[in-house]
Design a protein. Structure first.
Length: 135
């Protein structure tokens, strides 16, 4: 049996820490720091047995947020920090996404992280917790 369009799947995970400032009741800006693990990097590096740090990298980003009730649209623009990973992933990334606020502190998020500007890198799905919130 021949399988057509067989695709390889890779594990990727992200931990983000963001600061968000609402300058209007519907809109805000933010900045953050991300730690990423991406097993797809192994196909791009010259290491037969890459370790955790070989497949990990850090990012920084800024963003704009549009609040609409329980939903928030986000658009982030960032860069990869380690220069060796910047060569693999490109200098810039975009992250459009959607946040659903379950309650005042807990939320879920779906976002698309791009690589080298526009091409899709991976989809992020996760949960988050708001530690500090002012009115």
């Amino acid at each position: 049996m021949k399988i057509l369009n067989q695709q390889t799947m890779y594990f990727a995970t992200t931990l983000n820490v963001d600061y968000y400032y609402a300058y209007h009741h519907l809109q805000g800006v933010g900045a953050g720091f991300g730690l990423h693990y991406d097993s797809s990097i192994r196909r791009k590096i010259d290491n037969d047995n890459p370790g955790f740090l070989d497949l990990s990298y850090a990012t920084i980003h800024i963003g704009n947020y549009l609040d609409a009730g329980k939903f928030t649209l986000l658009f982030q623009f960032g860069t990869h920090l380690p220069s060796d990973k910047r060569d693999l992933k490109g200098p810039l990334f975009l992250r459009p996404g959607l946040i659903y606020h379950i309650n005042n502190n807990l939320y879920t998020r779906v976002a698309l992280k791009t690589t080298n500007g526009i091409p899709a890198d991976f989809i992020e799905c996760g949960i988050g917790y708001t530690v500090f919130k002012t009115k």
